[in-house]
Design a protein around this ligand. Structure first.
Ligand code: SF4
Length: 332
């Protein structure tokens, strides 16, 4: 993604001008084959928009999305369709993502038949059974004639994974895939993603606001942290979490509950001036984090920082050197 910005226009209720909503601004990011990237941030920070831009569902307002050196928005119809096939989206709401009037067999066989990846109904049947086996819905014959409402949230999420891998993608953008299913089933879906990555070499962009699941799925991958439409820190997940440098990421980590705060004697203070996130439709000037940042000064209020290499990670902050090293604060 080269200098990608996405600005939506919100229509005004009366006859005024539409309000521009900068969902993401000047995003520079690249993805390698087979890697797992956790994209982390609060609701409304632009991470879902970024996922949709990567899948080609949103055309960015500015910037270029290059795939193997070629701008996807300048590709011919055939190339663009091949790109879309190679980058699949798995959404949060599995119920809404599946057609309630179609059986699981129909939902899974339609795309592979449309893309001519199979030559007959028998081949489609075999491929759908193979896909259901791959995502752990066994024996597959039990699921073929079911409708989405006859399955649990975890099973529907597996069907979405099966549909995504049916087109043999290179990359899956998984947008909060476990946030609407029972906690007890979350680990199984994360393990499935990990298996698909290892066995089929599929790269994943895992979009989440949950640091614990990000830590699990991208343990050998990368972490990208967004705030109000911008990337504020990125690097290998290990390096980013071992020494988080951006004040926003430090605050996010301080908000994670510890198992037993009485034994750990943890002070529950967030290193923030304010808990309220400004509206993305009217982001603060300069560094967008300055109204909440304990280390902000005049420079921060006026000039937006750039993403620069700082040690082993890349951080967007004017005063990385004056931000204290992050640790869980404990009582003396
Ligand atoms: Fe805080 Fe300034 Fe760094 Fe922004 S640039 S995170 S306001 S210190």
């Amino acid at each position: 993604l080269r200098n990608i910005s996405m600005i939506f226009e919100q229509k005004s209720e009366l006859f005024g001008k539409p309000t521009p909503i900068p969902a993401m601004t000047d995003i520079q990011l690249s993805f390698e084959p087979g890697e797992i990237v956790a994209l982390v941030g609060e609701s409304g920070c632009g991470k879902t928009t970024l996922g949709k831009v990567v899948t080609g569902l949103h055309k960015p307002t500015r910037g270029q999305l290059l795939f193997q050196g070629k701008d996807i928005w300048k590709m011919n119809k055939g190339e663009f369709s091949e790109y879309r096939q190679g980058v699949q989206l798995v959404q949060q709401d599995s119920y809404a993502a599946l057609n309630p009037m179609r059986t699981i067999f129909q939902s899974l066989s339609d795309p592979i038949m449309q893309q001519k990846l199979v030559n007959s109904r028998k081949e489609a049947y075999d491929r759908v059974c193979e896909l259901l086996n791959t995502v752990g819905l066994t024996p597959p014959e039990q699921f073929l004639d079911k409708y989405p409402h006859q399955m649990s949230g975890g099973q529907r999420q597996r069907v979405l994974m099966a549909r995504a891998i049916s087109l043999r993608p290179k990359l899956i953008v998984a947008d909060e895939p476990v946030s609407m299913i029972d906690v007890s089933l979350r680990m199984a879906i994360l393990q499935l993603m990990s298996t698909l990555n290892k066995k089929l070499g599929i790269a994943f962009i895992y979009i989440t606001h949950d640091l614990a699941t990000a830590r699990y799925i991208a343990q050998h991958g990368r972490m990208v942290v967004m705030y109000l439409g911008k990337i504020v820190e990125q690097g290998s997940l290990h390096d980013v979490l071992a020494a988080p440098k951006h004040p926003y990421l430090q605050a996010l980590l301080s908000a994670v509950p510890v198992p037993n705060p009485r034994i750990a004697k943890v002070k529950r203070e967030l290193p923030l001036k304010s808990l309220d996130m400004p509206s993305i439709s009217n982001p603060p000037p300069g560094c967008a984090f300055h109204p909440r940042c304990l280390y902000a000064d005049l420079t921060c209020e006026q000039i937006a920082p750039s993403l620069l290499p700082t040690g082993r990670t890349i951080v967007s902050c004017h005063h990385v050197e004056k931000v204290p090293k992050w640790t869980i604060a404990t009582e003396k």
